[in-house]
Design a protein around this ligand. Structure first.
Ligand SMILES: O=C(O)CCC(=O)C(=O)O
Ligand SMILES: [Fe+2]
Length: 257
């Protein structure tokens, strides 16, 4: 664990440190810990990822911001149905090498305890399917992640490689209330029209980012320049034995196993 995480800078086993991180996440909806992962570990993951470009899956599709099918009873220009482009690619968990530092950190009890403390939950579990737990996103020039809300209540990411330009993480907090069924159509429409104020979260390779993306609309703008944006996503559940449905697996990974 401390091979890969700078625990002197980020003492994740100290409850007082975790409490400060929780306060930041609760206040801002996002937590950025710069320099969380050591440079040598990032270099190893980037080098491993560079050998995997042929295995990257590009869904090559458009989607609405709610990541659902369209509602045919509403017009195509309704905020529920408006389509955005996500052209980034990914490799799935079963393509991440066994000796990747990502696996050691993802599975670390100390790291998972820290996440639970910061997120205010009792326990977290990996996905029961073979694809979802650890993903690496790839976005070379022109590729982007369109505006969306996450299905999961929290996201844990780690930037591996930052392009020369573009690839800005933009978000608008509290646009909808998923649990209350409040869809936020007016604000979704104005964000898609480029009329709303958006916040930008800037972070460097090695940063750990925790983000509450279920009700905050967010996107990553197209990469500019020759350097591919590489980002690891750690996906967990707050219950054991959860697997994505075959249709969701097919949408996200192009296969079910
Ligand atoms: O690429 C990022 O920084 C965010 C990724 C994201 O929003 C997602 O995977 O849902
Ligand atoms: Fe997201």
């Amino acid at each position: 664990m401390s091979t890969h995480v700078d625990v002197a800078l980020h003492p994740i086993d100290d409850p007082k440190f975790a409490a400060r991180c929780k306060a930041t996440l609760d206040a801002n909806g996002a937590l950025v810990l710069e320099g969380f992962f050591r440079a040598e570990s990032i270099e190893k993951i980037v080098a491993q990822s560079a050998t995997q470009v042929d295995g990257v899956f590009y869904a090559g599709s458009t989607h609405n911001v709610y990541l659902t099918d369209a509602d045919e009873s509403l017009p195509p220009d309704h905020p529920f149905n408006r389509q955005v482009v996500s052209s980034k690619g990914l490799i799935a968990d079963d393509q991440v090498p066994q000796d990747s530092p990502l696996r050691e950190v993802y599975g670390s009890a100390i790291f998972q305890r820290f996440l639970c403390d910061v997120l205010g939950i009792d326990a977290i579990y990996p996905y029961a399917d073979s694809l979802s737990s650890i993903n690496v996103h790839f976005a070379d020039a022109g590729r982007e992640l369109g505006w969306h809300f996450d299905n999961s209540s929290f996201a844990v990411t780690m930037l591996l490689q930052k392009p020369e330009g573009g690839s800005r993480f933009e978000y608008v907090a509290n646009v909808r209330d998923a649990d209350a069924g409040e869809m936020g159509f007016d604000q979704v429409g104005s964000v898609l029209d480029g009329q709303a104020h958006v916040d930008v979260l800037d972070f460097e390779p090695g940063a750990l980012v925790l983000f509450r993306g279920r009700n905050s609309m967010h996107r990553v703008t197209p990469t500019e320049g020759d350097t591919t944006r590489l980002l690891a996503v750690f996906a967990y559940n707050d219950e054991p034995d959860v697997r994505l449905s075959d249709s969701a697996l097919t949408t996200f990974f192009g296969r079910t196993s």
